[in-house]
Design a binder for this molecule. Sequence first.
Ligand code: TEU
Length: 583
Amino acid sequence: MSGVSEAERVWWKEAVVYQVYPKSFRDSDGDGVGDLRGLVDRVDYLDDLGVDAVWLNPVYDSPQVDNGYDISDYRSIADGYGDMADWERLRDELHDRDMRLIMDLVVNHTSDQHEWFQRSRREEGEYADYYHWVEGSPEEPPNDWQSVFGGPAWSYDEERGAWYLHLFDEAQPDLNWTNPDVREAVYDMMRWWLDRGIDGFRMDVINMISKAEGYPDGGGEHFMNGPRVHEYVGEMVDEVLADEEILTVGETPGASVADARRYVGEDGLSMVFQFEHVTFDHDEHKWDARDPDLVEFKQILAKWQTGLAEDGWNSLYLNNHDQPRMVSRFGNDDEYRRKSAELLGTLTHTLCGTPFVYQGEELGMTNAPFETREDLRDVEALNYVDATIEDPDTAAESYADVRDAVEAIGRDNARTPMQWSGDEHAGFTDGEPWIDVNPNYTEVNVERAREDPDSVFHYYRDLIALRDRDLVVYGDFELLYPDHPSLFAYTRTLEVDGDDGESEGATERALVVLNFDDEPTTFEAPADVTVDGLELALANDDAPAVPGRSFELGPWEARVYLTPDDSDGSDATDRAEPTSADR
Ligand code: TEU
């Protein structure tokens, strides 16, 4: 019997979410771009991996300036991806296998091709104030805010004769959330999707929807976690989401633990994507990346673990469609590719929170070479390359001078096609892929991984299966050796009730030890850590069945020791039942 209370138990804490970037997942019709039918065709693959939910990056109508994060119609599917019937089929195929479907909600901005913006620039009725418009000289933007993608965050619209705000590309104008009509229109659209049986929303830059009044000069402090953001998010939850058992994850760059406690604890989101552990290795801006320091990395993750332990919940991710591949950034994607990919997966699956697996992570997919500017597709990278070369204040004169930065941190690393097989274009498409396949596809691909019992893929199946244990989902986290330069080690602890629910219970324990290094190292259990009674649950190399107080770990070796599961499987039966998937 578990000591986890019914109130605490909820399906999205027990779930593993798989992120699909549809453009690069699987192309069914040979146009070189992934699509919904291609994804439907691979639903069994996801089922076999064992994941519980799919987060689908935007598939709505869009001119694709930012690969679908520029939406021109929230209620229809982009031509290249299929149509509404394909989407319904996807939903049903997932639900038939007890998997949920999480949709991307992009409501900080729309496309400039959205009807709302078209009407707004013509100042038609209620639409006039749907966006942030400021009148003034076409020579001088209203303030000095910079777009996340580089250059001023304001563009002058000749048609209306005014400036409009865009925190991202100029084709992505920001919606004016101070306008109650805008908020109501967004909530309507969310209800429309909920009525179609979806199981959650991933909310794009939801912490940027409120801007400081009067648009004062400065930076992110005026639009990240802005003055009215909690009012808006709280209102959205009350109006649209309060009665639904859905997963909501707010994307919140720049949010602190205290901010996150408010989004989750008070406003009512399930969790947020915080950014500290994927930005601490940047200097002034993201393109000045350093080698991540393990001590700092541990300190950040441990802070989030303890900071959200009482009033909140963590999301767990090391990469996504905006970040480089985790094995290239935090592991060793060369000599120890397999082991370090497995070690990093062990981390995201044994910390406390909901793990998100980004497509291809379960194969140990790596960053890719981008030899010339023409190999790049991402608007952010292209802007950076061009602006840096043009800027007389930088030393860069040609692509060769910025290539290292792009290859280390650029978003296209994550967007190369999913590697299904050793066939041409990695089995992603029969046509010409919209972005080149990573040349290592002959070695790193699904077909090979499934045949090889020692592959990252099989290890991920075991990791995902570990979530059957309440201990792994709900156990308290404690970091060991915060200052150790190569070991990331921690315990998880869960008090469980006696068998009859009344007699004295016991403590279940986990010990996770990870060697983040090319050299071997020794772990010694601190005096207050009990190792007696622990048994090996998973390791990425040969490891003894019981830990002992001191043991050596090879390069990138990962071990998970747990109190054996003698709960006669009752953990699983206590589990939060599927609900919305049955709708
Ligand atoms: O990203 C928000 C964001 O601020 C960063 O992650 C961004 O991608 C960039 O890399 C920072 O340098 C979200 C989406 O995930 C991203 O794909 C979109 O481009 C962006 O919002 C705009 O919608």
